[in-house]
Design a protein around this ligand. Structure first.
Ligand code: 6R9
Length: 664
């Protein structure tokens, strides 16, 4: 590091606030600070601003119908189609411009540019193929695909014909796929033969087939996109209901499928996410509210303009990829990038190479990635010309000020605002983050809520806490992008998100408060620092994992009697899985046993849930009433000073466990 850099770093380390760069403000999509007051004064009509960004077949009657909280309806009786909004309406002006730039894993020289015209054609052919296979309006189509172009194509094709999709992250296990298909009664699956990871082919169809084996109803059709190159296939025969994607689409060459008129409140997709219980929750998003939200936030926060080349490095298998690779950017008619692979293959400059090659204008990534980049060192970004970047964003977990500043300095060259965006699968899109053309930035704080949102930090009684004090994050008024319910489970929807702070007998919307299950604090300027989950959900590399899900996977391993899973601090992942395991008599805490447990978790959920440490113990620390003291286990994982252990039924066990963690 040159002396200049060292000085700069020292200066940045002290600095707690950053003004938005002048060059950015001058051209920002939103730069009038009055928007905050205006939206507050005009709520809920302020959200017409979002609806206006969309093309409607038929206008809506009411912006918000809040007559039956918490089952809110937005843009009632409006009619529109998401695929039309993301494709058809751009054809006249932007038909020849790139819609998707796909950058494949570098196993071959094969990057693909899809212009709007081409993407439109692909989506039409895919929609026709799905219809031919029997998919009708309202049928849930599951997708189990990595970052290949057929994934967004299939999503848009489903949107075109009014079939909700349910995308299952490709890294999830066969069991996870089966659970989700069963829960959604989904009779169709789109998957692929395999894909490449760090240059090696992976057998994805094997996993998909295993998952299909666990589906309890008839599966009408399975479509297999063939990503692997000749010779890399794994030689699976296709069952009678399985078809190669390319064959189905070839039969539909040139087909055109008129987008169906969907009601504003019709379901666009389901996305399963982890909750407190072992069963994943099917978050339901609808057509108008969701698209309006994804589009408006893409424009206001990510500052997307049609001529941009916007790069979000997330996976489409998560909500971030849904809202901010596919729907928001395409709705705005911009060029959205999609990359396959990992940031460190073939080298640790993969992202910087892509940004330079494509002259990307925004980068939206996750703190876990930034921490890894920081660890690898600035020499990797330094090799590349990143001057095309205008804005940086992060999402998924809290970002510590040091990582924020590293990102700001080494990737943004102090010329790009950094938006730290807090939101959830359930919120559909961003909720808390400063508008980058207006608000100063405070590293470590996500910033103020977006205009038109009423976010408060409260104590257990629901009273607002003072500035600087930790409390619980709540959203006091509905917003268009919100989930409408948990699929076929209105009761759990209320229990999970509303019960805590609402008067559930009331039909007055003012008595209903959304609880995202995050802790937070607010400063005297209204900037919110999100402290993390307050439920039994871990955030590993920005991915939500339920401790119960992992525990039940571990208990499913032969020889395991009981398990407790907690999160421990991790330099790159943010949080890592720590598993404390009691074995049945006759089983030994051997390395083989440890391996079996790790495998058990990978099989049940996927490699992302892999325990960092498995600690065998004859007992778990329990309170006198028999509750596992998770807080204590967390402190042990983090090698922290332990709190009071005198209320334990078995205080002597603590030292044993501590020793084991330290020895490993
Ligand atoms: C978009 C997404 C949601 C949970 C959320 C919170 C954490 C997300 C954050 C953040 C602090 C941020 N989270 N963004 N915490 N600062 N900027 O990540 O959705 O996978 O559903 O996770 O992630 O704990 O409740 P999802």
């Amino acid at each position: 590091m040159s002396e200049g850099d060292a000085e700069l770093e020292a200066r940045l380390a002290e600095q707690e606030e950053f003004e938005p760069p002048e060059s950015f403000v001058e051209q920002a999509n939103v730069s009038d600070p009055d928007i905050y007051d205006e939206f507050e004064a005009e709520w809920p009509d302020c959200w017409e601003a979002a609806a206006e960004l969309l093309d409607w077949y038929e206008g809506y009657d009411q912006v918000l119908d809040d007559s039956n909280p918490p089952f809110y309806k937005w843009f009632t009786d409006g009619k529109l189609n998401v695929s039309h909004n993301c494709l058809d309406r751009h054809l006249d002006e932007r038909g020849d411009e790139a819609a998707i730039e796909w950058v494949g894993e570098p196993v071959e020289e094969e990057n693909i540019t899809y212009t709007y015209e081409e993407l439109h054609r692909e989506v039409n052919e895919c929609a026709a193929a799905l219809e031919e296979m029997g998919v009708g309006e309202g049928d849930v189509v599951t997708m189990y695909m990595p970052m290949i172009p057929e994934l967004p194509i299939a999503m848009l094709a489903c949107a075109r014909i009014g079939a909700p999709h349910s995308v299952v992250f490709a890294g999830f296990s066969a069991d996870a796929l089966a659970t989700r298909m069963n829960s959604a009664d989904s009779e169709y699956l789109i998957t692929c033969d395999g894909y490449y990871r760090r240059g090696d082919p992976l057998d994805h169809l094997k996993k998909a087939n295993e998952g299909l084996g666990g589906v309890e109803h008839d599966v009408e059709g399975v479509v297999v996109a063939e990503r692997l190159m000749d010779g890399d296939g794994f030689g699976h025969d296709y069952a009678d209901n399985q078809h190669a994607y390319a064959d189905l689409v070839a039969e539909q060459e040139g087909a055109e499928v008129a987008p169906v008129e969907r009601d504003a409140e019709d379901m666009l997709f389901l996305m399963y996410t982890s909750g407190t219980t072992g069963k994943p929750k099917g978050v339901k998003h609808t057509t108008a509210g969701y698209l309006a939200w994804a589009t408006w936030t893409s424009q206001a926060v990510l500052d997307i303009k049609p001529e941009d080349t916007y790069f979000c490095s997330a996976d489409i298998g998560w909500i971030t990829g849904h809202s901010y690779i596919v729907y928001g950017p395409l709705s705005l008619g911009t060029t959205t990038m999609m990359y396959e692979g990992t940031p460190d293959y073939p080298e640790r400059d993969r992202l910087w190479q892509i940004i330079e090659d494509y002259e990307a204008t925004q980068l939206y990534t996750a703190p876990t990635a930034i921490r890894a980049f920081m660890k690898w060192g600035s020499e990797f970004p330094d090799r590349h010309d990143l001057s095309s970047l205008r804005l940086l964003g992060t999402v998924g977990e809290p970002i510590n000020p040091r990582a924020w500043k590293w990102y700001y300095q080494h990737i943004g060259d102090e010329a790009c605002p950094v938006v730290d965006t807090w939101w959830q699968t359930e919120t559909g899109g961003m909720m808390i983050t400063g508008l980058p053309g207006i608000k100063k930035m405070k590293p470590g704080s996500a910033g103020p809520p977006l205009p038109g949102l009423d976010v408060r930090i409260v104590d257990t009684k629901g009273e607002q806490v003072e500035a600087g004090r930790a409390g619980y994050l709540t959203v006091q008024k509905p917003w268009p992008g919100m989930l409408r319910t948990l699929y076929k489970n209105d009761e759990r929807f209320i229990e999970e998100y509303w019960q805590e702070y609402s008067d559930t007998d009331s039909s007055d919307p003012d008595d209903w408060v959304y609880f995202p299950e995050d802790g937070a604090k607010i400063d005297d300027e209204g900037y919110i620092t999100v402290l993390g989950r307050v439920d039994d959900v871990l955030n590993v590399s920005g991915h939500r994992l339920g401790t119960m899900e992992i525990e039940s996977a571990i208990v499913g391993v032969e020889g395991v009697a009981e398990a407790a899973v907690v999160g421990g601090d991790h330099e790159i992942k943010g949080e890592a899985v720590y598993a404390y395991v009691i074995l049945e008599d006759g089983f030994e805490g051997s390395d083989e046993m440890r391996e079996e447990i790790i495998e058990g978790v990978e099989d049940a959920i996927g490699p992302i849930a892999r325990p960092e440490q498995v600690v065998f113990t004859p007992e778990l620390p329990k309170t006198r009433s028999g509750k596992i003291m998770r807080r204590l286990l967390e402190q042990i994982a983090n090698e922290e000073e332990l709190g009071d252990t005198t209320t334990l039924r078995n205080p002597e066990i603590v030292e044993d466990i501590q020793k084991q963690v330290q020895d490993d």
